[in-house]
Ligand binder design. Sequence first.
Ligand code: AZA
Length: 301
Amino acid sequence: MSKLASARYGKDNVRLFKVHRDDETGVQTVVEMTICCLLEGDIDVSYTKADNSVIVATDSIKNTIYILAKQHPVTSPEVFGSIVGTHFIETYKHIHVAHVKIITHRWTRMSIDGKPHPHSFLRDGEETRDVQVDVTEGKGIEIASSITGLHVLKSTGSQFWGFIRDEYTTLPEVWDRILCTEVAATWKWKKYADLKAVRADTVKFEDAWSSARDIILKHFAEDNSASVQATMYRMAEQILTAVPQVETVDFALPNKHYFEVDLKWHKGIKNTGKDANVYAPQSSPNGLIKCTVARSERAKL
Ligand code: AZA
């Protein structure tokens, strides 16, 4: 015998682009998103009894996202995700949870002859702003906001020494190395009672995203890093301080290695230690360092 242990379904990779046109100034603003919306509820019979009467077709889910995008602002993504999720649990009695993930892609306004261009944009990197919004009937709205794909590198100001040395160790200690990573940072908000409470924090979502990004870049640049672990912990601490409504901060940082290339086999060329300036970036393997930082009990009081 078998039973359905859990189920959710919906539309993934819904591509959405919205233009805001300010007719007075002629300035246009654009937002491009990729959305996943999955529903949970009394939908078991659609799996176990081939009964489709409980299914909101995934095509209708996609249509709904476009209609809601027409009717409401799509920024902040935290608010738009809550609008989409709340719509599904309020419209269909048998749908109890909506999981909405929104990836916002970068379109940065072009600067032409030193002036911001009114309607031209460039994709300046793979970085995205992501939100995961989980709306549960009668239990409120959980929101996690993220920055992912933010590639950063520093050519000095990073060390790694004092780690365990035993019969498995070949890595030399270093007091100056290249540090490169692709930042994935997530900050989880205190639970919201409903859409109204989420809407009231619209400005906070925007401020938190720019504060977190600034903190990450500034700390990465200015810290004389003892390790990826120590650097990420300090970043997370600063985000918790900057955004009081945030309960936890997660980081996942790959350590993308840049190895020195020993060239002494060619006419004795010196390219190691202090003489190194030609390196081989490694595509794999990479370190992967993760943490979740929460407020200590005392800080919560
Ligand atoms: N943390 C680092 O910052 N660098 C490393 C590690 C580590 O855990 N292991 N090798 N290199």
